[in-house]
Design a binder for this molecule. Structure first.
Ligand SMILES: *Cc1c(COP(=O)(O)O)cnc(C)c1O
Length: 364
C-alpha cells in the first residue's frame, strides 16, 4: 500500500514538459538549464530532465549538487545562488559554474580553484529592476575586468533574474538591456560570451512571444517544467501537463457539523480570527495533513470539495454531495508554494507513479 500523505510525481509527464520546452526554445536558439532545487537533489528528477535534453542542471544549494554527484548523475552543474563564503571549497569541488555578484567571492573561487587545480565558470548576474541579486549595470565592467584577470576562473557569461522578489516582468526593454550589456562587454574586452541567461520560468511568455530574442541564448527553468504554468499570471502553457505532481492525503474524520463555530472567538493557532459564512449544516471532513506538510492556500481541491481551514496537522474540507469515508484518499493539485513545503517535509512520502497505479516506488 502506498504511504499517506504522499507527494506523487509522474516522471513521464515531467519528461514531456521538459522536452517540449527544450525543443521549442531550441528552435529559437535558446538552451534550457533544468532547475532542480525544488526536488532536493533527486537523481530521478535530474536524470529525467537530462534525458529530455536540458543543457545543464542548476540548484541553489551546494548540498543538492553534492548529492547528485554522489548519485553519479553526469551533467554540467551550476550553483544558481551566489556562493556563501563559508562554502567556497565545496562549490569549487562540486559545481562547474556558479552565478556571482560579489567580486570578493569570485576572488575566493579563483584562489580555491588555483589551489585544487580546477577551473570554475563564473556567470555574472546583473540587476535589472527586480531588486534581488545582481550587480548594478553601471558597476559591471570593472567586475568583468577583474574576473577576466583572475586565474582558474573563466567568465562564462552574464545573466539576470526577474519576477522573483518584486514581480518585475521580463519584457522587450529589460531583455534588450541585457543584450546590450553583452555587446558592451564583448567589445570592451574582445571576447565572446558563451551564456546570456535571460531568466527563469517568468521569461517563458516573453520567450514564446514571437519577437526577436536579441542576444539571450539561455533560460533557467524550474517551475514551468514541474507545474506546466508560467509564474507571472499562473496560466497554463500550451502543450504542457499541469499534473506532474499531486498530493494525496487520508480521511480521518467525516461528520455533519454546523458551518460556523460557537463560543467566544479569539485567535486560532496561526494568529487569525476566522471569518465563516453560515451555510447551515455541512459535511465536514478532516484529512491527516497540515501546514507542516503543505501550504493549504496552495492546494487545489478536486471538484465538489472546498478547503475551509487548516492547522499544523489537520486539513479541513467541506464536501458537496457525497460524504467521504474514513480511510478514503483525496488527491489535490499543488502550486509552487505547496510543492515547496511538501517536498521539504520529511512527513510527506515522495512517490513515483505512472498510468498503471500498481506500479510505484519511492523517489530517489
Ligand atoms: C530558482 C531559480 C531559477 C528557477 O526559477 P523557476 O521560477 O522555478 O523557473 C532560476 N534562476 C535562479 C537564479 C533561481 O534562483
Amino acid at each position: 500500500m502506498k504511504p499517506s500523505p504522499r507527494l506523487e510525481v509522474n516522471l513521464a509527464k515531467l519528461h514531456h514538459n521538459a522536452s517540449h520546452l527544450v525543443r521549442t526554445f531550441g528552435s529559437r536558439g535558446v538552451s534550457v538549464l533544468g532547475v532542480c532545487k525544488l526536488t532536493q537533489g533527486s537523481q530521478e528528477v535530474a536524470n529525467t530532465l537530462l534525458d529530455a535534453g536540458v543543457c545543464a542542471l542548476g540548484d541553489s544549494h551546494i548540498e543538492h549538487i553534492e548529492s547528485l554527484r554522489r548519485a553519479g548523475v553526469v551533467a554540467e552543474m551550476t550553483l544558481l545562488r551566489s556562493p556563501m563564503r563559508s562554502q567556497i571549497q565545496r562549490v569549487v569541488a562540486s559545481a562547474d559554474v556558479s552565478y556571482n555578484t560579489e567580486i570578493g567571492v569570485i576572488r575566493g573561487l579563483s584562489h580555491e580553484a588555483l589551489r585544487t587545480q580546477r577551473r570554475h565558470g563564473v556567470v555574472l548576474m546583473v540587476e535589472l529592476g527586480d531588486l534581488r541579486e545582481g550587480i548594478m549595470p553601471a558597476d559591471l565592467l570593472p567586475v568583468v575586468q577583474e574576473t577576466l584577470a583572475l586565474p582558474n576562473v573563466y567568465l562564462r557569461g552574464i545573466g539576470t533574474n526577474l519576477a522573483c522578489r518584486s514581480g518585475v516582468s521580463p519584457d522587450a526593454h529589460n531583455m534588450a538591456a541585457l543584450s546590450e550589456l553583452a555587446d558592451t562587454i564583448e567589445q570592451a574586452h574582445g571576447i565572446q560570451l558563451d551564456t546570456i541567461s535571460g531568466g527563469n520560468s517568468a521569461n517563458v511568455l516573453w520567450g514564446l512571444g514571437g519577437h526577436a530574442l536579441g542576444r539571450i541564448n539561455h533560460l533557467r527553468l524550474g517551475e514551468v517544467l514541474l507545474l506546466g504554468c508560467e509564474p507571472l499570471h499562473r496560466h497554463t502553457v500550451d502543450g504542457l501537463y499541469t499534473d506532474v505532481f499531486g498530493l494525496v492525503a487520508e480521511v480521518i474524520e467525516s461528520k455533519r457539523k454546523p458551518s460556523v463555530p460557537w463560543g467566544t472567538l479569539a485567535q486560532t493557532a496561526f494568529g487569525v480570527v476566522p471569518v465563516c459564512q453560515d451555510q447551515g449544516w455541512v459535511m465536514q471532513t478532516i484529512l491527516a495533513v497540515g501546514r507542516q506538510d503543505i501550504d493549504p492556500m496552495g492546494l487545489c481541491a478536486p471538484q465538489g470539495m472546498t478547503i475551509v481551514g487548516a492547522s499544523s496537522d489537520h486539513l479541513v474540507v467541506v464536501t458537496h454531495g457525497k460524504a467521504l469515508n474514513i480511510g478514503d484518499e483525496v488527491a489535490f493539485g499543488l502550486n509552487y508554494s505547496a510543492l515547496l513545503v511538501a517536498m521539504t517535509s520529511p512527513l510527506v512520502a515522495k512517490v513515483v507513479v505512472s498510468d498503471n497505479s500498481a506500479d510505484w516506488h519511492f523517489l530517489h
